[in-house]
Design a protein around this ligand. Structure first.
Ligand code: NAP
Length: 329
């Protein structure tokens, strides 16, 4: 039988830790209803955004999507209407154009849930990447997100008696960890984290709740196009972690939005990365706050294991492709 003194010594600090965490964890939990509410999704004509629009419409939301002015918007609208019977409003605008985005929000009316999902990704080593490509990713992924949020925020703040609102940003695991070949993309997605953390503090008083979604590789038209041109080394590194379906990511994302989670991982690796990079981010779940504190050490060891794995690939790959000079670790 366990020594009662020993059990007491173990249980007391644990109880004190739980009490402390329960007292300090912020913001407090809340839920975001979706049914009969206006969900506006940028980049809703394809991939993850389209799957999310379809799912939100199936759950009874009034859905609007915004994307570049191509036929794909109409195709997306018809696809959702045929499979759910629900009409979707479409807005053609480039997120890099603030005036065009503002007009879309004026026409769309009050929004309850804004999903800033548009994104472009071109995997290439920085040395081989033109600054035009770097600027393209930063402009669409980061500046485009500022344009969308700036244009939508006044209307969202003015909503009257409509319950809690949400602003969700589509980041990426490349926004949690730098990944070979994604210097520009990672920078644009890491930028979203700073935006989201600061924005949550600014809008909490308006009952608006920010979510930051971290999908890993997902089978979408954008991903298919990208895998054809990105360096083979990225394929080798990413293949280890598998590819998710857009519908799976959409389900995780919508569940995260509904529970007002600040960090929304989409699979197990994403969950490990979320704990490893929790830093000073808000935490609405008391259980997750405890998991973060209790597993911090072991998760750091796992994170170092990831780095070991990636650097081993990089050295091997360069060894095979450039000769023995770069084999020195
Ligand atoms: N797929 C992945 O492996 C993966 C992994 C992690 C994170 N993500 C992120 O998830 C989000 C969606 O990616 P996805 O894979 O679904 O890509 P996708 O299939 O290429 O869809 C991207 C969407 O963004 C829209 N878009 C692109 N540039 C735009 C602009 N300048 N203005 C307005 N809309 C624009 C596209 O509109 P058009 O159709 O009109 O071009 C499309 O609707 C992105 O933020 C991406 O970074 C993707």
């Amino acid at each position: 039988m366990a020594d009662p003194n020993f059990s007491f010594l173990l249980i007391l600090p644990l109880a004190l830790l739980l009490l402390l965490l329960y007292f300090i964890f912020r913001p407090r939990p809340t839920t975001i209803p979706i049914k009969n509410r206006h969900v506006f999704i940028t980049g809703g004509s394809s991939g993850i955004g389209l799957a999310l629009a379809h799912l939100a419409a199936s759950e009874g939301a009034k859905v609007s999507i915004l994307a570049l002015p191509f036929d794909k918007l109409e195709e997306a609208k018809n696809y959702i209407q045929l499979s759910t019977g629900i009409d979707v409003a479409v807005f053609a605008a480039d997120v890099r154009d603030y005036d065009a985005v503002s007009k879309a929000f004026e026409a769309a009316g009050p929004i309850d849930v804004l999903v800033v999902n548009q994104g472009v990704f071109v995997g290439r080593e920085l040395e081989k990447q033109g600054l035009d490509e770097v600027r393209f990713m930063v402009d669409v992924n980061l500046m485009g997100s500022f344009n969308v949020i700036k244009a939508a925020l006044p209307g969202m703040k003015d909503r009257k008696d409509r319950g809690p609102g949400s602003i969700a940003l589509m980041s990426s695991v490349a926004g949690q960890a730098g990944i070979y070949g994604y210097t520009a993309y990672s920078a644009s997605k890491f930028g979203l984290r700073g935006l989201a953390e600061a924005l949550q503090q600014e809008v909490i008083i308006d009952d608006i709740h920010v979510s930051l979604i971290f999908p890993s590789a997902t089978d979408t038209p954008g991903h298919t196009k990208e895998t054809k041109t990105r360096p083979q080394l990225i394929n080798t590194i990413m293949e280890t972690y598998g590819t998710m379906k857009a519908e799976e990511v959409a389900k995780k994302a919508l569940d995260g939005i509904k529970s007002a989670s600040f960090i929304v991982p989409c699979n197990f690796v994403g969950l490990l990365l979320s704990i490893a990079t929790a830093g000073l981010s808000p935490q609405r779940s008391f259980i997750m706050a405890f998991v973060e504190v209790a597993t911090a050490g072991i998760i750091r060891i796992i994170a170092l294991g990831f780095q070991w794995n990636w650097y081993t690939y990089i050295h091997k790959w360069h060894g095979q492709n450039k000769g023995p000079k770069v084999l020195v670790a």
